[in-house]
Design a protein around this ligand. Structure first.
Ligand SMILES: Nc1nc2c(ncn2[C@@H]2O[C@H](COP(=O)(O)OP(=O)(O)OP(=O)(O)O)[C@@H](O)[C@H]2O)c(=O)[nH]1
Ligand SMILES: [Mg+2]
Length: 318
């Protein structure tokens, strides 16, 4: 048992890395540690970055983090990056790739980069990511950038884990507007068309603009309504990154004024609680399956003498 973890992980990176692993793997030690850290969380601004594979998210993160650090020379902001990798932990290839693409930030003492393999654990990826983010929050990081591949579920989940969501697209990646529409409007705070050096950029920007205009009719917006800006970047050459950083700071500022920030922080907590509750329920389920009296209830349902609704009521009573 490590004494005074909250203080120590602020200064000891190896300890921080170890604690993160325990918390990520949801070990008993990890849960104990998070228990101690929890009251020190709630300060970090969490930035989620999602979008199709290969859109340039990691390249953009690398440049964005540098920009945010440079923006804040005087008061030395600390930034952590969590790259959630969808590939198997056994290949390791893509994780290494992320490390290389984020090379220029990995050596800065105010920046901490962490890759997570997403293992396909039952609903656990989002939870593990969130637990890691809480640890970094307690360790005093001002910004936590979470990169995840935008594939179905994880795209929705990232919104529940972040204060600012950046959706990255690249021109000519074949994701038609219809498909892009699903979910994007609900989750994107900032839209980025990366690889603006490639043909098709204008068309991609136009398509997104139309979508935003339909979603946010001008007459309904007011000073406190955030309308997602559409930015163009060539992350590879660091072009347009200053605007992304500027919009992130603007969004952070506005959401702190209009209450959006606090609402999202509460949503994040709700996600965490929901996961824990569901986990408890899964435990119940395993117990039911082993328990004799539960099996009698099952038998009645097999025989159609009891409805599933009644059965659950009885099981919960036991
Ligand atoms: N032409 C061009 N290529 C870029 C740009 N940004 C990134 N790339 C390249 O696109 C490829 C994918 O970039 P990544 O940053 O790994 O993309 P990603 O979205 O993180 O990919 P995954 O993590 O695998 O989903 C790399 O070869 C980058 O060098 C850009 O602005 N222009
Ligand atoms: Mg990446």
């Amino acid at each position: 048992m490590i004494e005074n973890i909250p203080k120590k992980i602020k200064h000891d990176r190896r300890l921080l890395a170890r604690v993160i692993s325990q918390i990520e793997n949801d070990t008993e030690e990890g849960r104990n540690e998070l228990e101690k850290l929890f009251s020190f969380t709630g300060n970090a601004h969490i930035i989620g970055i999602t979008g199709p594979s290969g859109a340039g998210k990691s390249t953009l993160v690398d440049k964005l983090v540098k920009e945010l650090i440079q923006n804040n020379k005087e008061n030395k902001k600390k930034i952590a990056v969590v790259a959630v990798d969808p590939t198997s932990p056994f290949t390791g290839g893509a994780i290494l790739g992320d490390r290389i693409r984020m090379q220029s930030i990995a050596l800065n003492p105010n920046i901490f980069v962490r890759s997570m393999a997403s293992r396909g654990a039952l609903g656990g990826i989002a939870h593990a990511t969130q637990a890691v983010a809480l640890t970094l929050d307690a360790a005093g990081f001002d910004y936590i950038v979470i990169e995840t591949v935008g594939a179905g579920q994880s795209e929705i989940e990232i919104a529940g884990l972040s204060h600012t969501v950046i959706v990255v697209k690249a021109p000519g990646m074949g994701d038609d507007v219809q498909a892009a529409k699903a979910g994007i409007l609900e989750i994107a705070d900032i839209l980025v068309v990366n690889k603006a050096d490639k043909p098709g950029t204008d068309a991609a920007v136009m398509a997104l603009k139309l979508m935003i205009e339909m979603g946010y009719p001008a007459q309904k917006t007011n000073d406190q309504t955030w309308v997602p800006p559409i930015l163009q970047t060539t992350a590879l050459h660091g072009e347009g990154i200053d605007q992304v950083a500027e919009q992130v700071l603007k969004h952070q500022e506005l959401s702190q004024i209009n209450g959006g920030w606090q609402t999202r922080s509460q949503t994040q907590i709700q996600y965490f609680l929901k996961y824990l509750l569901e986990k408890e329920q899964r435990k119940h389920w395993h117990q039911f399956q082993q328990d004799k009296s539960s099996r009698r209830v099952f038998d009645q349902v097999y025989a159609r003498s009891l409805s599933p609704y009644q059965a659950i009521k009885q099981l919960l009573k036991q």
